[in-house]
Design a protein around this ligand. Structure first.
Ligand SMILES: [Zn+2]
Length: 301
């Protein structure tokens, strides 16, 4: 009787520890990275995002619960290029987890292996520019999504080598699905190649480059700087002279200036979602693009 009890206890402990070691705890700063990591990691990873997709990723209010998440993480994935500089460093300092510090295998900066646009020739942090190292919204290009997935695969395989074949298979499946989806998206966007648009914050250069849209102006005078009267007048003139049909804005900005510009010009204000989780239903990377492309093609028609 006694022996059976011990055997039972031992087997529970053993299976429990096996189960725990099977799932890598991954924390991402954004839901976009979380979505792509779930594609690659499947059921071998437990993925949680700190920022929600409806928040401006440059400005996330730190919460105590984030410290607990980071404390227990095996891997932290960041967008990088200083996107998270306003809120992540203090959390990293306070979470007491040396395994996810920059420079360790538990820290992955995805900006290292993707195409970055708007890289400045000289880094200039003055004027409150929140894109001093280049545009950090690079995930809005399906080719970069694949580049992100490859980096995630490499790091997951490094941290959990026993599951390498599993991660490879999932990466392969993701590449096939994104390739199929991209063919559909490109076909939907094809009639609007060269269409001129204005954006609110420069979240869309990678998206625009991929689909051949022409961003002729931005409501913010500089990334992270609120609209000013003189710059708004310039944008109004630009929209009139260039016959811009749509002003694309992220859901977390004030509509006042875009609505004013629209009223002066006849251009349409279109809310575009730059992140997974931006609103209910945008649960993964594919649904995000399906939605944005649907809204955009209707506006540019
Ligand atoms: Zn930005």
């Amino acid at each position: 009787m006694k022996r059976i009890t011990w055997l039972t206890v031992a087997s529970i402990l053993f299976s429990g520890s096996l189960f725990a070691s099977n799932k890598l705890k991954v924390v991402t700063t954004t839901q976009d990275l979380a979505s792509i990591t779930r594609e690659v990691g499947g059921d071998r990873v437990d993925v949680t995002s700190i920022a929600r997709g409806y928040q401006d990723p440059h400005f996330v209010e730190p919460k105590p619960s984030f410290l607990l998440l980071l404390k227990n993480a095996d891997l932290l994935e960041v967008v990088g290029l200083e996107l998270e500089i306003g809120w992540l460093p203090p959390l990293l300092d306070q979470c007491r987890n040396n395994n996810i510090r920059p420079g360790t295998p538990g820290y992955l900066d995805l900006s290292q292996g993707v195409e970055i646009l708007d890289r400045p020739s000289v880094v200039n942090r003055s004027m409150g520019d929140v894109h001093p190292l280049g545009n950090p919204h690079y995930w809005l290009d399906p080719a970069n999504a694949v580049r992100i997935a490859i980096q995630v695969r490499n790091r997951l395989a490094q941290l959990q080598p026993a599951d390498t074949a599993y991660f490879d298979q999932h990466l392969q499946n993701f590449k096939v699905r994104i390739n199929d989806a991209n063919k559909r998206w490109m076909a939907q966007m094809a009639p609007y190649r060269g269409a001129k648009i204005v954006d609110y914050h420069p979240s869309l250069p990678n998206f625009a480059k991929h689909f051949g849209l022409d961003i002729v102006g931005t409501i913010e005078p500089k990334p992270g700087i609120p609209p000013s009267p003189s710059h708004t007048l310039e944008i109004i003139n630009l929209i009139k002279t260039q016959h811009v049909k749509a002003i694309l804005m992220e859901p977390y900005f004030d509509r006042k200036t875009p609505d004013f510009v629209a009223a002066q010009t006849g251009a349409k204000v279109v809310v575009i979602y730059p992140s997974v989780g931006g609103k209910p239903g945008l649960d993964d990377y594919f649904k995000l693009f399906d939605y944005d492309i649907d809204v955009l093609t209707k506006a540019l028609r």
